[in-house]
Design a protein around this ligand. Structure first.
Ligand SMILES: Nc1ncnc2c1ncn2[C@@H]1O[C@H](COP(=O)(O)OP(=O)(O)OP(=O)(O)O)[C@@H](O)[C@H]1O
Ligand SMILES: O=P(O)(O)OC[C@H]1O[C@](O)(CO)[C@@H](O)[C@@H]1O
Ligand SMILES: [Mg+2]
Length: 545
């Protein structure tokens, strides 16, 4: 029989117990909402009623159960009224037997466990609650999209609008134009189901987007001035960092404003969540470019098709597109350093493949081999408006290097075609499965905000939607773990070299190491800049799936 965990209070910064009369400690039971900090300030702009960033809300239970909870408006605003969830009278949803989520439901981050292992980290399960913290008539919601484009943005916008409208009877929803700076520099767009009806069939975002321009104080002033009390923020890692500081500022000002993020990243580089929306669409669309490269390459003697795909720091699109296609002979990603010349290098492999097969296809992620590019040209240190490093064109660079190498050889003339479909992939509408995923994400985020949660990102964790504290999705990037089975499957499907030093791998395999990498949760930031030899060392520590 399932037992309800007995929650204990755990304050990561203090070892002594929390007490109900100490406002800075959690006072939690399984039935009460944890709260910290009393709010005695008024709501005027910039007041210093509440200082310091909020601390993580961590609740522990029996058998090593840990809930990494998200903030709630009642944590800092006392005596907030609650209302019955209007969904209980909604004829469409009345067929569902147990529609409302139990207050104690949580989603496990790790689902592969051993008999005696602790229950581990959990996140609050997403979904509708019996009580809501906003009267539908009082809600003034806004939606903003920031960062690069991604298939599905319009679907999420549509479903937030329709979800608020039809599930909760919220009719005042504003679109913020042109990303964060739109809060203070642009007009707003009123959004209704009619306005958004067809937008899921279009790529891009009807609201526009931008990089840079995050001015927290001006943004929160604008939220206050417009009377907005629910802020829905779609964007990647940078955007979620921005959302986090907006939440902190709203909290500091004591505002009754729910700030919620929906992670958007075509690169799939946001951690914790299973995958980001638009990723499936991107992988599917990448097939068209790979097919074209393959057709070109196999139609001519010693044909080489080079396809560049997106992935600044994470090579997920390249890896999945390669695995899906089966026409790719070599996939290069930022996480797996490679080299061109000499034994075990890329040129040697190309020559071998052309001799065996007469043609080949290479997929390269935009961030792959950047360290080699920097060596061969003047290192550029340009950044975009958000401070992201502007990368050099890895596909163009690689194509040129291959051409130069084989023209020097004289013995083998090659025909290389370079295809860069990156922006074409990013600009298409989401496919069917992403459309459904976007809809569920939008509904989950709306349920969370209506229930008074704030300072959270919504995402699917092991197939269940959860509310995840901002810091968990911004503290690191999700990367391909090259010591995991998925990358091994890729190597085995392409037969490409691993570019690892075989002696080092063999040596380290025999050695006991203390570090154990856990599937999908490895902090492999260092891998991106590691030498092939160093990666060989990491290989030996693998204990993944
Ligand atoms: N640390 C930060 N604090 C506040 N705002 C930030 C921070 N980092 C980025 N932003 C803001 O978030 C917005 C989007 O950031 P960015 O351009 O890096 O895209 P992103 O959300 O990471 O998406 P993409 O995956 O396309 O890179 C920008 O307006 C930027 O100013
Ligand atoms: O829109 P921009 O500024 O050209 O950014 C391109 C970058 O955006 C991304 O698509 C992420 O959104 C990266 O893969 C790519 O490097
Ligand atoms: Mg980013």
């Amino acid at each position: 029989m399932a037992t309800t965990p007995r929650f204990r209070c755990f304050d990561p910064t203090n070892s002594y117990a929390a007490t109900p009369d100490h406002p800075r400690r959690f006072s939690t039971t399984s039935n009460s909402t944890p709260r910290y900090y009393n709010n005695n300030n008024n709501n005027s702009k910039g007041t210093m009623g509440i200082s310091a960033n909020s601390e993580p809300k961590i609740i522990t239970g029996d058998a090593g159960y840990v809930l990494e909870d998200v903030p709630h408006l009642s944590d800092y605003i006392p005596d907030l009224p609650t209302y019955p969830n209007p969904l209980q009278d909604n004829p469409s949803y009345s067929v569902v037997k147990q529609y409302f989520v139990n207050v104690d439901d949580s989603v496990a981050q790790t689902i592969v466990v051993q008999k005696d292992s602790p229950r581990g980290i959990h996140f609050r399960r997403a979904g509708p609650r019996q009580k809501v913290y906003f009267e539908p008539d009082d809600v003034r919601a806004c939606i903003v999209t920031c960062g690069g484009l991604c298939p599905g943005l319009n679907t999420v916008i549509r479903e937030i609008v329709c979800g608020l409208y039809y599930m909760y009877g919220v009719h005042r929803i504003l679109g913020i134009e042109g990303g964060y700076r739109g809060f203070y520099a642009r007009n707003t767009i009123p959004l209704t189901p009619k306005v958004v009806n067809d937008i899921h069939k279009r790529g891009g975002t009807i609201l526009g987007t931008s990089r840079g321009g995050h001015d927290t104080s001006k943004i929160v002033d604008s939220i206050q001035d417009r009377g907005i009390n629910q802020v829905y923020i779609l964007g990647g890692d940078g955007t979620q960092k921005g959302a986090s500081v907006i939440f902190e500022e709203c909290r500091r000002r004591g505002l009754n404003v729910a700030v919620a993020g929906i992670p958007k990243t075509i690169d799939n580089d946001i951690p914790v969540i299973d995958k980001s929306f638009g990723f499936d669409t991107a992988v599917e669309e990448a097939q068209r470019a790979i097919n074209a490269a393959h057709v070109e390459a196999e139609s001519i003697e010693n044909g080489i098709g080079v396809v560049k795909l997106m992935g600044r720091y994470s090579g997920f699109i390249a890896m999945y597109a390669t695995l899906a296609s089966r026409d790719v002979d070599c996939c290069l990603i930022p996480e797996s350093p490679f080299y061109l010349e000499g034994a075990g290098g890329l040129f040697e492999y190309i020559e071998k493949r052309l001799k065996e097969n007469g043609h080949m296809v290479i997929v390269i992620a935009e961030g792959a081999g950047q360290e080699l590019l920097a060596e061969s040209r003047l290192a550029m240190n340009h950044q975009d408006a958000s401070g992201n490093k502007l990368l050099q064109d890895s596909g163009l660079w690689l194509s040129q290097k291959i051409k130069d190498h084989f023209s020097k050889l004289n013995k083998m003339s090659i025909n290389l075609k370079y295809i860069d479909p990156t922006y074409m992939i990013r600009a298409i509408p989401s496919n069917a499965s992403d459309n459904v995923y976007c809809t569920l994400l939008a509904h989950s985020v709306v349920h969370g905000a209506m229930a008074g949660y704030t300072g959270f990102t919504v995402g699917s964790v092991n197939g269940r939607h959860a509310y995840i504290p901002f810091h968990r999705v911004t503290e690191r990037q999700n990367k391909v773990v090259i010591t995991d089975r998925m990358w091994a499957r890729l190597l085995s499907s392409t037969h490409q070299p691993s570019f690892l030093d075989p002696k080092e791998v063999a040596k380290n395999k025999g050695e006991e190491t203390e570090t154990h990498l856990v599937n999908g949760e490895n902090h492999l930031e260092e891998t991106a800049s590691a030498t092939p030899k160093e990666v060989g060392n990491q290989q030996a520590t693998y204990s993944g799936n």
